[in-house]
Design a protein around this ligand. Sequence first.
Ligand code: SAM
Length: 268
Amino acid sequence: MNQEVERHYAMPSRVGAALARLDAMNPAGALEIANLAPLDQFHAGGLAVTRQLATLAGIAVGQRVLDVGSGIGGPARFLAGAYGCSVTGIDLAADYCWLAEALTARVGLEGKVTFRSADALDLPFADDTFDAVWTQHVAMNIADRPRFYREMHRVLRPGGVVPLYDAVAGNGAPLFPMPWARDSSTSFLLSPVAFRTVLERVGFTVIAWCDITEDAKRWFASRPRGAAGPGFHLLMGSEFPAMAADFARSVLEGRVGLLMAVARKDLT
Ligand SMILES: C[S@@+](CC[C@H](N)C(=O)[O-])C[C@H]1O[C@@H](n2cnc3c(N)ncnc32)[C@H](O)[C@@H]1O
């Protein structure tokens, strides 16, 4: 399962080519966090949603944050740049971690943000390590949701929060290929009710719950078509337009919803 997911996302040749393309567009080496957003905020709604989730979760200056399924690191760099957080990102795809490190060095945040390859279901950290454990658009690839959230709960300090942003099941089957899966064998969407139930069974208290499907519909409708600048097609290849179109149609037709939430690990 993990190998299939990793193969879906990361192709070494594309990852190297994406960095070469970015470097060519910025010969002075002056990449800016905001300019990377079309490529490194790998979720519906882009940087605006990352900003919204940080506000909703009350992320505070200097916190220690773990980003689970950090992709090529856009959200982690945002939290370090905007809030001065110390961020660790983990991702199944070693090639994404490599690119995440390279981009982090390009924007001068290497002292604040690090990445390592690891499985979200087996987090390589001690109990009660982080002030916040963050995840965006990863759970859809995770069959064993209780274990996914149990691991987050374990490494989170009591009183800490888990900001979550994920796709959820709607009324009808999702269309494929999706940006996270070429078919249903690696796609595991829960209904909002089932999602909340898993969080609560693991021991979290849900402190914010926002259905942002209507916002996502507007975002999909306003997205520019085509692939002129840096974008997810650099990582996902020529199939990406079909994936994006199926995601947009699935949301617009109510087959898939978008949910943002914050869960807290209560003080005992
Ligand atoms: C759609 S991307 C989202 C990346 C990032 N969170 C963002 O929003 O920009 C999903 C990421 O989850 C990672 N992923 C999927 N399953 C994982 C697992 N079991 N452990 C760690 N990472 C995983 C993938 O490798 C991929 O980089």
